[in-house]
Design a protein around this ligand. Structure first.
Ligand SMILES: Cc1ncc(COP(=O)(O)O)c(C=O)c1O
Length: 324
């Protein structure tokens, strides 16, 4: 199937996802806030990675791949959704996780349910996954398979097209609602989601600023990665003349570490659950919301209207013994 942007896709999402006001949060902060509910995307338990996977799997299927290999941590939303989406398209799936085997809760439980073949690197270093993916891809190729190896987080220009597509969807919703946000906030990890939103906003000439909140890597590395992904995405779109790439990533809200709950994040998530009926995940959404709350309270009550992208990650709410 060829998608809106002329690239091969597979259909996973139920879109558009809701764009809805958050009245109690808005009243609390004194700024108009809306939620874009990609947690309700209608595949698996939802989440932003579904949009990336529509393009990544479209590409894999178009190339005739018969299996998918990727990896991350055992509680990765990305890895679980990649396994689920690949199996849905009839591809065998292999997941490589760093560290040693852990009890199957949260995303690991769901990845098993999705039928993924799972191995652990035995090395606590997150980067140990990258070499293991390449090794496994080589072995599968030698055994006569046509593997598609995807990096952690699905952070490639092809994946980022999912959020260019989401930008088109959002632009249509903004037209219908008459909402004119000044800022679009989201949590940032491997950077593909923010890159797609930055490329999409530039391509469509949307005036809002895209503000990412890093949940894992240092800001410099995010900016470098997002800039490279935006350039790659622009060339896939055939629109290399969209001007300089402006990337805003905020730091200071990772808390005790990647994948570890932060007190500020938990307080923000508690408010949003109790007053808006929306569950934010502890690894990404809760920390980005803590950053938004802090920024509005400390400095910027003129930020609104704000759209906050709810990126899913519900399975980590149920992981035992930490989010990763
Ligand atoms: C729930 C959730 N939100 C946000 C992100 C960050 O997205 P990206 O890795 O594209 O920056 C992730 C990444 O895994 C995620 O699982």
């Amino acid at each position: 199937m060829t998608g809106l942007l002329g690239q091969p896709t597979v259909a996973l999402a139920t879109a558009p996802t809701p764009l809805q006001p958050a009245p109690n949060l808005s009243a609390e902060l004194g700024v108009e806030i809306w939620f874009k509910r990609d947690d309700l995307i209608g595949f698996g338990l939802g989440g932003n990675k579904v949009r990336l996977l529509e393009y990544l799997l479209g590409d894999a299927v178009a190339q005739g791949c018969d299996c998918l290999i990727t990896g991350a941590g055992a509680q990765s939303n990305w890895a679980m959704l990649a396994a689920l989406a690949a199996r849905h398209q009839g591809l065998a799936t292999h997941l490589v996780f760093y560290g040693d085997p852990v009890p199957a809760t949260g995303n690991l439980l769901l990845a098993e349910l999705a039928g993924a073949r799972i191995t652990f690197t035995g090395d606590p270093d997150r980067a140990s996954v990258d070499g293991a993916i390449a090794t496994l891809a080589g072995q599968l190729q030698q055994a006569g398979h046509r593997p598609c190896a995807l990096p952690r987080g699905g952070a490639t220009p092809v994946g980022a097209l999912g959020y260019v597509r989401a930008s088109v969807e959002l632009a249509e919703q903004l037209l219908v609602t008459g909402l004119r946000p000044r800022q679009l906030w989201l949590p940032t990890g491997a950077c593909g989601t923010q890159a797609g939103l930055v490329a999409g906003a530039g391509w469509l000439r949307l005036p809002h600023q895209v503000i990412g909140v890093t949940a894992s890597r240092p800001v410099d590395s995010c900016v470098e990665q997002i800039t490279a992904l935006v350039e790659g995405t622009r060339s896939l779109l055939g629109s290399t003349s969209d001007g300089t790439v402006e990337v805003t990533v905020l730091d200071g809200f990772i808390g005790p570490g990647y994948g570890v709950r932060s007190p500020e994040g938990e307080a923000a998530a508690e408010f949003v659950a109790r007053r808006e009926g929306v569950f934010l995940d502890p690894v990404f959404g809760a920390k980005a919301m803590a950053a938004l709350v802090d920024t509005v309270r400390a400095t910027d009550r003129s930020a609104g209207p704000v759209v906050f992208l709810v990126t899913g990650g519900a399975p980590t709410l149920f992981s035992v013994g930490g989010a990763l």
